[in-house]
Every structure is written in C-alpha cells, then in structure tokens.
Write a protein that binds this ligand. Structure first.
Ligand SMILES: *Cc1c(COP(=O)(O)O)cnc(C)c1O
Length: 408
C-alpha cells in the first residue's frame, strides 16, 4: 500500500475482501462490487477524542478525521450543515408513539442528502486531479453533482430517466451540467455512463461505483449518533434506492463502536421502498443474497425508483444483521402520510421521507415495530421540488366573500 496522510489504510472489495491502494483512482473492484474505505481504527481510537470531534458550523467536515479527504485544500464545500432531528409528536400520537422523529436532510445544499455523498466524491475527484465527471440520476444526485462539480470547476455530464421531475433536469442544467433525458430507467442511464467511459474520458460517479459517496453518507450515522448523545435509536427507516445511506450509516456505527464512541447497540435498519419498485423488499422476503431487477418500475417517490442496485447484497446484509426488515408502501399511502405529517406537525416530508412514515404506520399496524421504540425516519430531500396538490380557492377584491372564508 502507498503512503497516506490521515487514517485511511486501504480500500476493500465489499464482496471478496481484497485490498487496494487508496492513492489511486478506483471504480468498482475487479469482482464488479463496491469498494469500501478502511481506516486504522486502532490508531484513531488512541489519538482521537470523541468530544473534540463534535458537530460545528462546518457540518459534516467536523468529522474530517473520520473521512478520506486528508488535505483541507481538496475540500469542495457548499455549506453542508448538520441537519435537524425534528419530533413528529402529533403524527406519532395517532399510533400511541412518543418518540417518533425525522432527520430532515432536505436542508442540505441542493435540497437533498445527495450533497453529503457528492461533497466527498467531488473532493476526492479533485484530490486525484479528475476534471470530467458523469452520472445517471433520478434527479437529486445529478443536481448535487452539478453543483459540487461546478464548484470545483469540473465538467459534469448527467443522464436522467425520462420521468425525472422537470425541476431536477432544469436545476441540473442551470448549475452548469450537460444534461440529457433518456427513454429508460436509471440503470439504463448508468449503462450510458459505463459505455462512454473510454470515448469520453469521464469518471463514473454512479451510486456505489466509486468508493467515496458512501463515506459522505456515512456522516448521517455519525451525526445522528452525536445528536443522540453518542447513542443510536431503536429503529431507522430509510427510503432505499441504491442504498448508499443505509450502508453508510451501518458502516458508521461499526466504526464508532470500534472507536469506543458508542456501544454495541444497533438500530433495526428498515429499508423502505415503493410497491411500484421494490426489488430489495422482494429479495428480503425471498431470503436471497441479491435482488433481481424490478421491471416497469413506477412511483411518485422518484428518489427510490431504482430497479437494480449494485450494492443490493450490502443493503440486505445490513437489514438482516440489524434485525430489521424491508417493507413496501404504495403511492396513496405515501401521499396520505405526507399530508398528515404536514398538517399535524408542520413538517413537510418529501415523497421518499413520507414513504418512511407510511411504512412506519404499516409496520406498527401489523406488529413488526413497537410504537414505543425510539424511531428515526429519514426525510432525504426537500419536498419543494415535487408537484403538490393544487389549490383552487381565490378571492375577488371587489367583493370579498367573508362567508366563504368563515366556512373554509
Ligand atoms: C437518492 C434518494 C434516496 C435514496 O437514497 P439511496 O441512498 O440511494 O438509497 C431517497 N430519497 C431521496 C430524496 C433521494 O434523493
């Protein structure tokens, strides 16, 4: 292995355990599986003080010692604040729950937690001198990559499935990326990125196909543990597409335990998908290690419309090892959950976040989850990029209809 600054020792194939030099550029391992960043946790344990790593105004960079970007000069940042944990008291009380929370990732730059992954991936791309990046996206990953890539002065190519919300395609373009709609799903857009690699000379930043987005998403687990006083909740419900965040948080908890910053307790990791695209749920029910592609994927929760995930076995492993489960909810339940949390608690969840609330309700209803459990729902993006139900009320200034206002 080459010389590294910081605590990174090597990259490791998540399937075979084979080790790789962290000082060179990597995509998937030769086995075609994601690479994970490994650290000298023993040395970290001896040298790092938990109480000196606390969240500050630098957000996720407060944990820089636990991340692979060694030289601050390589950091590409757009202000990755720590995201709030918000209580959902009335929403929870409907099912006799008192400790239901949402971690609102929609506050991050570009309006989603994709900013965490891209802050790390683009910073590492800068460290390696890469100047041209490409990605398939359902919207938010492309928006984040456009923003971070341009912040680093890089060229950014983005490929979106036809049904990607218009606002995402527009924000990607406005943020200086070259963006195309493609008549297919996200995995088929991923094939364009893969096939264009040689001709275009771009670096493939697809979910889990480079090692660093997962390190950025890992900071959700670090941040959550710190916000809970270096503890973990009983259950985490995660809207699962490619699964980077679920895998990243699971990795975070292992590293935190190795550092002695948290104990052995783990939350149940609950993978939430939509009934219109639920490959992980199907694989969990069938007890298989890998998930087969979901045909004709369709759901309003576009962030989790991922028919096939390269890290499927890592998602399933974390779910199983945690004693969690995978569960699917339909679009009607998602929209009803969104409306209820907004009206009852003033918290507007995105459809993906609302899917976790719908799943929590279903799981409490069928006895899979204890309503008394301390539960965190991940709201991974701002709802403001999605169409909302129309409003038809209006007033005429020449004849204000007070009866209509009073009876509204
Ligand atoms: C990308 C995305 C997800 C899914 O995240 P993964 O870590 O890829 O599973 C969920 N919600 C929103 C809003 C997203 O943008």
């Amino acid at each position: 292995m080459g010389i590294t600054m910081g605590y990174v020792t090597h990259l490791e194939c998540s399937a075979t355990g084979e080790k790789f030099d962290p000082n060179t550029v990597h995509n998937l391992s030769p086995a075609g599986k994601p690479l994970l960043v490994r650290y000298d946790l023993e040395r970290m344990r001896a040298e790092l003080d938990r109480d000196a790593q606390t969240l500050g105004p630098d957000g996720l960079w407060s944990y820089a010692a636990l991340l692979p970007v060694d030289d601050p000069a390589h950091r590409v940042s757009l202000g990755e604040i720590a995201t709030p944990l918000l209580p959902l008291p009335r929403t929870g009380a409907r099912l006799n729950a008192a400790r239901l929370w949402t971690k609102d990732e929609g506050r991050l730059p570009t309006g989603s937690f994709k900013a965490r992954g891209m802050a790390l991936a683009v910073s590492m791309a800068k460290r390696f001198g890469l100047t041209r990046l490409a990605i398939p996206t359902n919207g938010n990953a492309g928006a984040a990559m456009a923003a971070y890539g341009r912040a680093a002065g890089m060229e950014v190519f983005v490929f979106c499935p036809e049904e990607t919300p218009d606002v995402n395609v527009r924000e990607i373009a406005l943020q200086g990326a070259k963006v195309w709609r493609v008549n297919g799903q996200i995995d088929q857009c991923g094939a364009i990125v893969r096939d264009g690699k040689e001709r275009m000379g771009w670096f493939d930043v697809s979910t889990l196909k480079e090692p660093y987005r997962i390190e950025g998403k890992k900071t959700m687990g670090l941040e959550l543990a710190e916000q809970l006083g270096w503890n973990v909740p009983d259950a985490i419900l995660y809207p699962t597409g490619g699964g980077t965040g679920l895998i990243g948080m699971w990795k975070a908890f292992d590293e935190l335990e190795a550092l002695g910053w948290i104990g052995p307790k783990r939350p149940k990791m609950i993978a939430v998908q939509a009934t219109g695209c639920a490959p992980i749920v199907r694989a969990w029910q069938e007890g298989t290690e890998h998930a087969t592609r979901w045909e004709n994927a369709a759901t309003v929760a576009s962030g989790i419309r991922v028919p096939q995930a390269v890290g499927d076995f890592l998602i399933l492993r974390a779910v199983r090892d945690s004693g969690g489960f995978a569960i699917a909810v339909d679009d009607d339940a998602i929209m009803a959950a969104q409306a209820d949390a907004a009206r009852d608690d003033g918290v507007l969840l995105g459809p993906e976040g609302a899917a976790t609330l719908a799943a929590w309700r279903a799981a409490v209803g069928n006895g899979q989850l204890d309503p008394k459990a301390h539960t965190v729902l991940f709201n991974c993006g701002t709802p403001l990029k999605y169409p909302m139900p129309p409003v038809s009320r209006s007033l005429n200034l020449d004849a204000i209809d007070w009866d209509a206002i009073a009876s509204a």
